[in-house]
Design a protein around this ligand. Sequence first.
Ligand SMILES: C[C@@H](O)[C@H](N)C(=O)O
Ligand SMILES: C[C@@H](O)[C@H](N)C(=O)O
Lengths: 155, 155
Amino acid sequence: EGGAVTGISHDFNDAQLTVYNIKDQFGQAANILSALSKTQINKDMIIQPVSNDDGITRMTISVPKQDADRAQKALSTLGYDHVEVDTDIVKISAIGSGMKTDHTVSATFLQVLANNEINTRAIATSEIKISVIVRADHAETALTKLHSAFGLDRK
Amino acid sequence: EGGAVTGISHDFNDAQLTVYNIKDQFGQAANILSALSKTQINKDMIIQPVSNDDGITRMTISVPKQDADRAQKALSTLGYDHVEVDTDIVKISAIGSGMKTDHTVSATFLQVLANNEINTRAIATSEIKISVIVRADHAETALTKLHSAFGLDRK
Ligand SMILES: C[C@@H](O)[C@H](N)C(=O)O
Ligand SMILES: C[C@@H](O)[C@H](N)C(=O)O
């Protein structure tokens, strides 16, 4: 008898780039992602929300830590010069096909972090997965409490 | 012989809520998601990037169109009164296990949209999936061009 969540994973390998002041006009996202591809930088977890009334948005992108500076330079060359790099982070994810039908999982996941005063720097979810970025030194507490909340043994 | 992308899908069922002016402090995301759970509103595709220097961020959330007004009210009750609702949209996704190793897929996907002057309102990716939100009337062009770009037959 399984819960909606079947596994909790974590990843210390990536840094997060956040590209600020992106004009919400076609081609902008393509420029950014193509610049990273051209420099052969692997990217994951692209998070870009809707823009504000000024037509400005931002994008958070995960890249391998060793590529973060190179990525920042590539974007600066293109004119995206407000780019922040965050390396002191960990990505924590919960996954499970049960999440398709149990829509409370993301609320529970985030509440566990909130109860432990852990700030979520970024969030991305899909039908069967929720991933958050938190400070690296919160990993241990987050993983322990999340396993417990979802009834999983921590291996 | 397959490409990195094995399928392109689309979904007209959801509206997008964007919650602006979220303080980047623990508990905020949990409040928002719990409010939606309490009103039994299904949520998908939660997109929240890193905050700016003012410690302010935003969150884009997909909810069924019929629940959008109710969601907006629930959030307003909690004090999140800058919430925009967008219903004239479609979610388009590309999926494929080949995306784990082919890191150019997101750039290609976005370039196809850019070449057709289609603005991406929001973007979320994971290891094996890229999803974008575009205006509903761009769906036909986007689906045709994306199938073609990734060598897929449009069924
Ligand atoms: C912000 C960025 O995604 C822009 N809307 C684009 O289409 O490229
Ligand atoms: C912005 C929001 O995610 C906040 N950082 C929280 O932890 O709830």
